[in-house]
Design a protein around this ligand. Structure first.
Ligand code: NAD
Ligand code: 89V
Length: 343
């Protein structure tokens, strides 16, 4: 198959990882880039040797023949850009959070479905190799049927220096980080019936909540706790590791700090190191996330080649995004929220 011709829209903080990953992936390359900020366009264009540069997405779509577009802007621009891609019949990857509201996200899925173009949300945390190792342990049957899970992300890492917008929004940790943890909970334990949420803001210098604790009933009958915090000072800073506990009818899985995976099950206990590889362009502690960017982008290329639906398609991600909306609604009302009513 001929190499897929892609364009990147949004050349900011995180897009650099996506550009590195595209260079590592056979079968696709980025032939044009777009950012409304000429400085970012120059930085990324020069770094990756891309000469076809646009400050306006409409001009990009008009000027290029594209097999896909990779949208790495922040959420307010996601809906217009995805709808523009749909109008041009160009398959689209859209960064998380999918959209500012669930109504926008649903409209984006509809626009792409109506146009017959694939849409994937760049929900990469489930593609981290330690999380994939947990999924493989579950699939092995070693711990039997899961009845409890805890997906935990607790840190005091300064995310605001790299992503200053995170300090200014009324919504913070659930929308930006919890969204990944909620998606991991769905990936490991399945879809959700109800969610109960408590939030707090510990850091007085930011506008949104930096602590969230969520209790979920899964359709499978399992219960999970998803907890995240950027106000947790620990002796060893774990950023950006997600820790996982799963209890099953025949055993347990524990993914602990430093990527230590312990599976206790039908055949005894196996402890393994599931550290992600440090890719040549990656840097600690981000290498875990950076590796997952390669994995999800490879998956996209495979899906386009095989005409299969991405694991985190727009339609799938509505169920993760609905959990975000439900968490905020439940934090405000202090009542459990039913998911089916939102979808
Ligand atoms: P950023 O502000 O550094 O970069 C966004 C870029 O998009 C900016 O350069 C801006 O000029 C450009 N832009 C915005 N609207 C545009 C438009 N309409 N047309 C062209 N360019 C436009 O933001 P960031 O930190 O790189 O985050 C981008 C997205 O990536 C966010 O949605 C964020 O949540 C997400 N993100 C994901 C991960 C992950 O692991 N999946 C990690 C960090 C950030
Ligand atoms: O993954 C993310 O979306 C990032 C970070 C890990 C810093 O929260 O915004």
């Amino acid at each position: 198959m001929a190499e897929l011709r892609g364009a990147l829209i949004g050349c900011g903080f995180f897009a650099v990882n996506q550009m590195h990953a595209w260079r590592d992936i056979a079968g696709a390359s980025i032939i044009a880039i777009c950012d409304r900020d000429p400085e970012r366009l120059k930085v990324v264009g020069d770094q990756f040797g891309i000469t076809r540069r646009y400050t306006d997405a409409a001009a990009l779509f008009a000027g290029e023949s594209l097999d896909f577009v990779d949208i790495a802007t922040t959420a307010p621009s996601h809906r217009p850009l995805v709808e523009m891609a749909a109008r041009h019949r160009v398959p689209a990857i859209c960064q998380k959070p999918f959209a500012p509201t669930l109504a926008d996200a649903k409209a984006m899925v509809k626009a792409c479905t109506d146009a017959g173009v694939p849409l994937m949300v760049h929900e990469n945390f489930r593609w981290q190799s330690p999380i994939q190792a947990v999924r493989a342990a579950l699939d092995s049957g070693e711990i039997g049927t899961p009845f409890f899970g805890r997906i935990s992300f607790r840190s005091a890492y300064d995310v605001f220096s790299g992503q200053p917008y995170l300090a200014t929004g009324k919504r913070f940790i659930i929308e930006d980080l919890g969204i990944h943890s909620l998606d991991i909970a769905r990936f490991l334990l399945g879809d959700v019936l109800t969610i109960t949420t408590r939030t707090a803001r510990i850091n007085p210098e930011i506008a949104g909540e930096d602590v969230a604790t969520m209790l979920m009933d899964h359709k499978s009958g399992a219960t999970s706790v998803v907890d995240c915090s950027y106000a947790t000072k620990l002796v060893t800073e774990p950023f950006p590791q997600t820790l996982v506990e799963i209890d099953g009818s025949d055993g347990t899985i524990r993914l602990e700090q430093n990527y230590r995976l312990t599976v206790t099950g039908r055949n005894g206990t196996v402890v393994s190191d599931v550290s992600p590889p440090l890719l040549p362009w990656a840097s600690r502690p981000w290498h875990n996330i950076q590796e997952s960017v390669v994995a999800i982008q490879k998956h996209w290329v495979d899906c386009l080649a095989n005409k299969t639906e991405p694991a985190t398609s727009g339609a799938d991600n509505l169920k993760t995004f609905a959990l975000v909306e439900a968490a905020y609604a439940g934090a405000a009302s202090r009542e459990p929220v039913q998911l089916d009513a939102l979808l």
